[in-house]
Design a protein. Structure first.
Length: 261
């Protein structure tokens, strides 16, 4: 029984720089992923969006590698999200279970696909948590708006909140590409069948849609907050203009009164 383990260790990993210094056998690479064979039956999968996947690694080896890659991580996480998935080989046919897959044979392409889907599942957990935080913060401000009839944020703080929320939302949206299937699955019927089965096992599509729906709600509320901010600024400007007009009227009135005397 072999095991795949994936960990969300940071917001992102500088894989371009890491690729230039890590000397294991590189089986696949692009601008977002690095897939290495580190031993005859051991593999590591590194993703730009902060996840590292391991096949046939024990806890000490995993800890050691995370230390090696840490200098290339941005915003390391104190509480690492993780997921494990078991692989049984030499089975009579492919069979998927809740946290286990039985395979007739295993090669690097099959392992890469399994590790990719496990890593995608971890990424969905991370983005789901982040989206829920955004939703909770947004709901907090909408509750205040409902109860008080106004946002309990100054203009500058409201702009900072909108900017921070948009940055998080954009980062999530930019990384959601990871749930596309590899090109190899379109060319190999067995790999495609495995990919479809894994996505169903990890419920990736439904979880993906839930995150998108949450982000859509956040976006809708941010549009509302921006409209309120613009209305607040325009109202303030209108009051400034009214006060200036009143000052001018008072000046004219005073000049006429004192001019006649």
């Amino acid at each position: 029984m072999l095991k795949v383990s994936s960990f969300q260790i940071a917001d992102s990993i500088d894989i371009k720089t890491f690729k230039s210094v890590f000397t294991a056998e590189l089986l696949y690479s692009d601008s977002d992923e690095l897939f290495y064979r580190t031993d005859s039956d051991a593999f590591i999968y590194v993703f730009k969006f902060g996840i590292v996947g391991f096949f046939n690694y024990n806890e000490l080896q995993i800890t050691a590698f995370i230390e090696v890659i840490s200098p290339y991580c941005k915003n390391k996480l104190d509480n690492k999200l993780s997921e494990e998935f078991e692989i049984e080989t030499n089975a009579p046919r492919m069979k998927l279970g809740f946290n286990k897959i039985e395979l007739t044979s295993v090669d690097s392409n099959v392992l890469r696909l399994v590790m990719l889907n496990v890593s995608q599942s971890v990424a969905l957990d991370y983005y789901s948590q982040t989206t829920n935080i955004l939703l909770e913060e947004t709901n907090y401000h909408t509750q205040i708006l409902e109860n008080k009839g106004r946002l309990d944020l100054s203009g500058v703080n409201l702009k900072k909140y909108i900017g921070r929320t948009l940055n998080i939302k954009n980062r999530i949206t930019a990384n959601l590409y990871i749930f596309d299937s590899p090109d190899e699955t379109w060319e190999d019927e067995n790999l495609n069948k495995l990919d479809v089965g894994l996505k169903k096992t990890f419920d990736l599509q439904a979880r993906f849609r839930t995150i998108l729906e949450g982000l859509a709600i956040v976006k809708e509320n941010l549009e509302l907050f921006k409209d309120i901010l613009q209305y607040r600024n325009s109202t303030r400007l209108e009051w400034v203009i009214i006060i200036l007009i009143l000052v001018e009227v008072v000046n004219l009135f005073v000049e006429r009164i004192f001019g006649k005397t």
